[in-house]
Design a protein around this ligand. Structure first.
Ligand SMILES: Nc1ncnc2c1ncn2[C@@H]1O[C@H](COP(=O)(O)OP(=O)(O)OP(=O)(O)O)[C@@H](O)[C@H]1O
Length: 278
């Protein structure tokens, strides 16, 4: 049973088609990155998934249930971070904390929230609207993790947060998914170290079919090579090319070239090799 998915999804904004017969299955325990350049349709997918937008046609399901028919109990097991985090700006951190405790009762994990807030080092009496963008993100992410949802949907979780907090949050996420009962679907523009938690990547591309693959398969089969500046091979399916100078360039793709120098790549470089740098 897939826990999140869509079948033959079609969606357009007026005449700009974003999804064209898009199908996706995410299983329980997977951590899926919905990735791609600005404007390819990442937030749109999350908005379709959460019912904020309605598709032209196709089915969208969560917990194997059409999203139109999700029960309140099913909804309470989903934690969503919207891009730019809609948050109760006019409340103090302590008030929003109490609100969540009251609403989620024993489901709310106080220790997780307080542990995060301790690292944030701000007074709980501060109003949310007096916090910096990154601090607001930290409060919202702490609230989300504290309700311990079965499904976590994070739209651009890295917005405004610094490298230290991002790495702390990734550590928490690793712990959160350890028993393989939780599922995460996230979008982000910061892909460095993402391979530490992602199991699957869904790479959306303008006017092209999305690439859906396991991160391990991507890392094993995607290569980059340093070649001569004038290298050409019409038979190679080169996903992107980076001219370094007149005599050298890097080429990337799902191919093996035994007579060329392979580039040692981290996930970020491989990802840029896949989608191209602009
Ligand atoms: N309400 C709207 N009306 C018309 N076009 C829209 C609307 N919302 C988004 N778009 C367009 O649809 C495309 C997909 O937008 P979306 O926000 O899903 O992209 P994204 O991949 O999340 O982008 P980013 O990485 O910049 O957050 C973009 O080209 C955007 O300009």
């Amino acid at each position: 049973m897939s826990i999140i998915g869509c079948r033959n999804l079609n969606f357009s904004y007026k005449n700009r088609s974003i999804y064209n017969n898009f199908s996706l299955e995410i299983n329980r325990g997977e951590v899926v990155g919905l990735l791609g350049k600005n404007g390819v349709g990442k937030s749109t997918f999350l908005n379709l998934l959460t019912g904020n937008l309605t598709p032209k046609s196709g089915e969208i399901f969560i917990f194997d249930t059409d999203i139109k028919h999700l029960s309140n109990d099913q909804k309470s097991k989903i934690g969503i971070l919207y891009e730019g985090f809609v948050c109760y700006d006019y409340l103090k951190i302590s008030q929003i904390h109490n609100l969540y405790r009251y609403f989620y009762q024993e489901k709310f994990k106080d220790d997780i929230f307080l542990d995060f807030l301790d690292k944030l080092k701000v007074d709980l009496k501060r109003y949310i609207n007096t916090l910096s963008c990154g601090q607001k993100s930290q409060v919202v992410l702490a609230l989300l993790l504290s309700i311990n949802p079965e499904i976590l949907i994070l739209d651009d979780y890295s917005l405004g947060i610094d490298a230290g907090y991002r790495s702390l949050f990734l550590e928490y996420l690793k712990n959160y998914i350890k028993d393989k009962t939780k599922t995460i679907l996230l979008t982000t523009h910061i892909v460095s170290n993402l391979d530490e938690i992602l199991t699957k990547m869904v790479v959306l591309q303008n006017d092209k079919k999305p690439i859906i693959m396991d991160v391990k398969d991507f890392q094993q089969n995607f290569n980059g090579y340093l070649v001569d500046g004038d290298f050409r091979d019409e038979n190679l399916n080169i996903t992107s090319m980076l001219q370094i100078n007149k005599n050298e360039k890097k080429i990337y793709g799902f191919f093996e070239l035994n007579d060329k120098q392979k580039i040692k790549m981290d996930f970020e470089e491989a990802f840029l090799g896949l989608i191209g740098r602009y």
